[in-house]
Design a protein around this ligand. Structure first.
Ligand code: PEP
Ligand code: MN
Length: 434
């Protein structure tokens, strides 16, 4: 901290400031300029002199370090990777799509949505059970029944679930039943709740308060971290500004700003961030482009009939189109895959050759299996119909490229896949003719 004294400050006032600093076990470095005195404060517990700016003779006190520590990049220079159920998010992991309804409304609504978003490529299912609504007269969520339905959806689809917690008394239940605990925008300042979340090790999705600065939001994260839970994910969901064309103003600059300040993963919620269905896709793409680690997107089987946030919920085809676009723009791949044990070859050239031979044998086995499946599909369609489907083949190439790690460039991979498809068609023709 740097304390700037007024030009007219008396020697006794300067001594008073230095005495306070030293009484707190900190060091004071006084430098006397032509016009005024400046005092540098050094030590661990700068907070203990946070009120120094109010002392007589002081013009201003300037902080030079962040008030949060555990959340800061200075404290933790390697970016954090967290797992939600078995889904990694953060450095090196592919973009995580969390999708589902604003509120869980019924078994059918949740399960059809879960199946749709899973099929389209989402890996985490969202669904509000306890809804912190602005009006007490609107739908408040199905509560515990919604948690049961989320558990069923997880069981059926294998997707981990995220839902909002509104009361510290729910922590024990959420710890058992939920994979990612959401703290809503309205609760970002509920410090008792944040502190209580230090009791669990479950990841917490901390939404930004709609009237909060990035520093306040990071201090909210600090509450959870300092209470013992290191699994915090930051979620930007729009802030309240004078603008009325959108429900909130989605602060996408929060992504690069947070990247400079914190190691924690960052998620963008373009649904609450805009409040309008037509804007969700463009802002989701922009969020991916600016480097978000994940997206939180509201999807509903019949948005006009949704019990909450229908205006900003995507229909199934709209969500599918967004996922196609995210893939087309290559946002769905890992940025820095961490090598897994299985992909590491045995040491030495001999070991590497041995592994290549094994891969070739496995490739032939996989191609044979693929061929048998293609023939079976063709047989089920009747031998006078085409066994292949050009649209599906294009989608297949796109999907296959998603899994690529960059060792082979896109042209090389396309060449290999095109050869596989050509051989598959030739085989289908030969069997159809036979
Ligand atoms: C939500 O995600 O359903 C929600 C209520 O969000 P927020 O807290 O950002 O308003
Ligand atoms: Mn909502």
């Amino acid at each position: 901290m740097i304390v700037v004294m007024r030009p007219q400050a008396l020697p006794a006032e300067i001594d008073g400031v230095c005495d306070l600093i030293r009484s707190q076990g900190l060091e004071a470095f006084v430098s006397e300029g032509q016009e005024r005195v400046i005092i540098g404060v050094v030590g661990r517990d700068i907070e203990s002199v946070a009120h120094i700016g109010t002392l007589p003779g002081v013009e201003q006190a300037l902080r030079v370090t962040h008030p949060y520590k555990l959340a800061s990049l200075e404290h933790h220079p390697d970016r954090t990777r967290i797992t939600i159920g078995d889904v990694p998010i953060g450095v090196g992991a592919p973009l995580v799509i969390m999708a589902g309804p604003c509120s869980v409304e019924s078994r059918d609504q949740l399960l059809t949505t879960a199946r749709c978003v899973r099929r389209e490529g989402a890996t985490v299912l969202r669904g509000g059970a306890f809804k912190p609504r602005t009006s007490p007269y609107t739908f408040q969520g199905l509560g515990d029944d919604a948690l049961d339905l989320l558990a069923q959806a997880r069981e059926e689809t294998g997707m981990p679930v995220v839902t909002e917690l509104t009361d510290a008394a729910q922590i024990e239940t959420f710890d058992r039943r939920v994979d990612l605990i959401q703290v809503g925008s309205r609760n970002m300042h509920n410090f008792a709740l944040l502190r209580a979340l230090g009791q669990t090790r479950k990841p917490v999705l901390l939404k930004r308060g709609f009237g909060s600065t990035i520093e306040e939001w990071l201090l909210a994260a600090e509450y959870i971290l300092a209470a013992g839970n290191s699994n915090v994910i930051m979620c930007e969901r729009g802030i309240r500004t004078f603008e009325r064309a959108t429900r909130n103003t989605l602060d996408l600059s929060a992504v690069p700003v947070l990247r400079e300040l914190t190691h924690l993963p960052i998620v963008i919620d373009p649904s609450h961030g805009t409040g309008r269905r037509a804007l969700v896709g463009p802002m989701a793409l922009a969020a991916a482009a600016v480097g978000a680690d994940g997206l939180l997107i509201e999807v509903h089987p019949d948005p006009p009939r949704a019990l909450s946030d229908g205006d900003q919920s995507l229909s199934f085809p709209e969500f599918g189109a967004l996922m196609d676009e995210l893939r087309r723009l290559e946002f769905m791949r890992a940025t820095d895959p961490l090598p897994t044990k299985a992909s590491l070859p045995p040491a030495g050239v001999a070991g590497e050759r041995e592994r290549i031979d094994a891969i070739d044998v496995e490739l032939v086995r996989l191609l044979e299996e693929r061929g048998r499946l293609a023939l079976s599909i063709q047989a089920s369609k009747g031998f006078d119909a085409h066994g292949h489907d050009v649209e599906r083949e294009r989608a297949l190439v796109r999907r296959a490229l998603d899994g690529a790690t960059g060792v082979m460039d896109e042209d090389e991979l396309r060449t290999v896949l095109a050869a596989v498809i050509r051989a598959s068609r030739a085989m289908q023709r030969r069997h159809a003719a036979a």
